[in-house]
Design a binder for this molecule. Structure first.
Ligand code: ATP
Ligand code: MN
Length: 468
C-alpha cells in the first residue's frame, strides 16, 4: 500500500467538504478509548489539532488479534482508512480502518490517564502527560491563540515587538524579589576585603538577576520607535503561594511615546476586549468544552466584557467605597495601603459588576518611575481589575521630567549609577509616554475560566516546584 501523507484530524472534521467522503486518509494520534465487540472495534483518536476525536471503525476480522490488542488508551497509532459519513451520533464523519500501525504502545496497566475525570491537582503531578487530556489540550490551544492574537493586535496597530533582556544587570525595576544569575562557586565564592561576595569576578563582572519586567528597556525603545511592546518571560522570587502568582510568568508590556494616562487606559481596554473577542471567534470548540466542564458562565462572562465599558475611578474614590462597604475584609483598607485582591474583586464583582480601572494611587505604594501628580501625594498609575482575577494589568504614565525623576530616585535611595542610562532618556529628547504590563497567565485564567494559574501554563514554576 502506498503511504499517504498524514492529515490533521481538525482538517478531516472541519472540512465540511463532501468531496472528501469516500477518499482515503492517514491520521496519526493518541488513542483515547477503544470499545466494541467481537466484530467491530471503535477507536476514539485524538491528535491535539482539535478537541474532538475522530472515530475509527475497525472490522475485527481484518486485523491481527495482537495488533488490535496493542491499541490501548494512551498508545500512539497510525490509521489509514476511508472517510465515510458516520451513521452514529456525535460525529459527522468517521474513518473505516484499512491499515493500523502501532507507533508507540502504552501499557494499559501503568498508563496514568487510563480513566477520565482526574483532578487538576493530580494532573499537576503528571505535567509531562497532562497535555494529553481534553482540558489541557483546550487550555494550550487557547494559550496559543491568545499569544497569536497579541502579536496580531500590535502588528495591526503599528507597534514593534522588542526583545528585552532576560538577564538584567539592574535591580531597580522594583517589581519584586529577584532570582540571581551567577556562575560563581556557591560553596566558595570569591570575597571582597569587606567579606562580601565579589561580583566583579562573576560572569558579567557584576551582580545579575533574571528580569522582573521588560518595562525599563521598553521605555528606551519607545523613545525611539514610538509604539513598542515586549512579550517575554519574567521572574519573581516571591514566596506567594496563591492561585494567581507564578515565579515564572509571561508578560506583555506595551510602551508608547506621546500617550498620556487616558490614552494608556483606552489602549488597555481596547486591547483586552479585542483579545477576548478573538478567543470567542476563534476558540469556540475549546471554550464550549471548558464552559461545559468547569464554568458554565464562562462564555457569557467573556461576551459581557466585550460589550461593557470599563468603570474608571481614582484609588481615593475606591478606598471610600471600600471603607463604607460594610464588608468584613481579611485585610484592612485605608488610604495609603495597597489593595488586596479581595478588595479589587469586591469593587469589580459586587459593587460595579464590570471591569474597573483604578487611577492615581499613593506614590508610596507605586514604583519610582510613575508620573507624579501635582497634589504631591499620588502618581498617574492605572490598574485594570477583572472579575475572578483582581489585577490583570498594572500600568502608568511615566515621569518624563528629568528633575522630578531624579528627585524621586534620590528620595528612594536608588543608586544613580544603576539607572544612569534610564535617566539619560529624560535628558535627551524626553517625551510624555505611558505603558502597562499584562500578565499573560492572568489573561489565560480569565479566558479559560480555570481557577488556578498553575493550570494555564505548561510547566508551572512555583515555590518548591520545578520538577518538569
Ligand atoms: P500583584 O499585586 O497581583 O502581585 P503586581 O502589582 O506585583 O501584581 P505588576 O508588577 O504590576 O504586578 O505586574 C504587571 C502584571 O503582571 C500584573 O498586573 C499581573 O497581571 C501580572 N503578574 C504580576 N505578578 C505576577 C505573578 N507572580 N504571576 C503571574 N502574573 C503576575
Ligand atoms: Mn501592579
Amino acid at each position: 500500500m502506498e503511504t499517504l501523507k498524514r492529515t490533521r484530524i481538525a482538517d478531516l472534521l472541519k472540512s465540511g467538504n463532501t468531496e472528501w467522503i469516500g477518499k482515503e486518509f492517514c491520521v496519526k494520534g493518541w488513542v483515547r478509548t477503544k470499545r466494541g465487540n467481537k466484530n467491530v472495534a471503535f477507536i476514539a483518536l485524538n491528535d491535539g489539532s482539535i478537541i474532538h476525536n475522530i472515530q475509527i471503525v475497525a472490522e475485527v476480522q481484518q486485523f491481527e488479534e495482537e495488533l488490535l490488542r496493542l491499541v490501548t488508551t494512551g498508545s500512539c497509532i497510525s490509521i489509514t482508512g476511508v472517510l465515510v459519513e458516520s451513521p452514529g451520533q456525535g460525529q459527522p464523519v468517521e474513518l473505516q480502518a484499512k491499515r493500523i500501525e502501532i507507533l508507540g504502545p502504552a501499557d494499559a496497566e501503568t498508563y496514568p490517564l487510563q480513566k477520565k475525570g482526574h483532578s487538576l491537582e493530580f494532573l499537576r503531578e503528571i505535567a509531562h502527560l497532562r497535555p494529553r487530556t481534553n482540558t489541557f489540550g483546550a487550555v494550550l490551544r487557547i494559550r496559543h491563540a491568545m499569544a497569536f492574537a497579541i502579536h496580531k493586535y500590535f502588528n495591526d496597530n503599528g507597534f514593534y515587538y522588542i526583545h528585552s533582556p532576560i538577564i538584567t544587570g539592574s535591580d531597580a525595576e522594583g517589581a519584586g524579589a529577584m532570582f540571581r544569575v551567577t556562575t560563581l562557586d556557591a560553596k566558595n565564592p570569591p570575597l571582597t576585603e569587606e567579606g562580601k561576595i565579589d561580583y566583579s569576578q562573576d560572569f558579567f563582572g557584576k551582580e545579575t538577576n533574571l528580569t522582573v519586567s521588560g518595562q525599563l528597556e521598553a521605555e528606551l525603545a519607545a523613545l525611539a520607535l514610538a509604539q513598542v511592546y515586549t512579550f517575554g518571560p519574567t521572574f519573581r522570587a516571591e514566596n506567594s503561594n496563591t492561585p494567581r502568582h507564578l515565579a515564572e510568568f509571561w508578560m506583555i508590556e506595551p510602551e508608547m511615546a506621546f500617550f498620556d494616562i487616558i490614552d494608556d487606559m483606552d489602549l488597555a481596554e481596547d486591547f483586552l476586549k479585542s483579545l477576548i473577542r478573538y478567543a470567542l471567534e476563534n476558540c469556540a470548540d475549546d471554550l464550549d468544552f471548558l464552559n461545559k466542564m468547569y464554568d458554565n458562565e464562562l462564555i457569557e462572562r467573556l461576551k459581557t466584557i466585550v460589550d461593557s465599558t470599563f468603570v474608571r475611578l481614582t484609588y481615593t474614590e475606591a478606598v471610600k467605597i471600600l471603607e463604607s462597604s460594610g464588608q468584613d475584609f481579611e485585610f484592612p483598607v485605608g488610604w495609603g495601603t495597597d489593595l488586596q485582591s479581595e478588595h479589587e474583586r469586591y469593587l469589580v464583582e459586587k459593587y460595579f459588576t464590570k471591569p474597573v480601572i483604578l487611577t492615581d494611587y499613593p506614590k508610596e505604594i507605586k514604583a519610582f518611575y510613575m508620573k507624579q501628580n501635582d497634589d504631591g501625594k499620588t502618581v498617574r498609575a492605572m490598574d485594570v481589575l477583572f472579575p475572578r482575577i483582581g489585577e490583570i494589568i498594572g500600568g502608568s504614565q511615566r515621569e518624563e521630567n528629568y528633575e522630578k525623576l531624579l528627585n524621586r530616585i534620590h528620595e528612594l535611595d536608588i543608586p544613580e549609577k544603576d539607572v544612569w542610562w534610564y535617566l539619560e532618556t529624560r535628558k535627551f529628547g524626553s517625551a510624555v509616554h505611558s505603558g502597562f504590563g499584562l500578565g499573560f497567565e492572568r489573561l489565560i485564567l480569565f479566558v479559560t475560566g480555570m481557577s488556578n494559574i498553575r493550570d494555564v501554563i505548561p510547566f508551572p514554576r512555583t515555590p518548591q516546584n520545578a520538577e518538569f
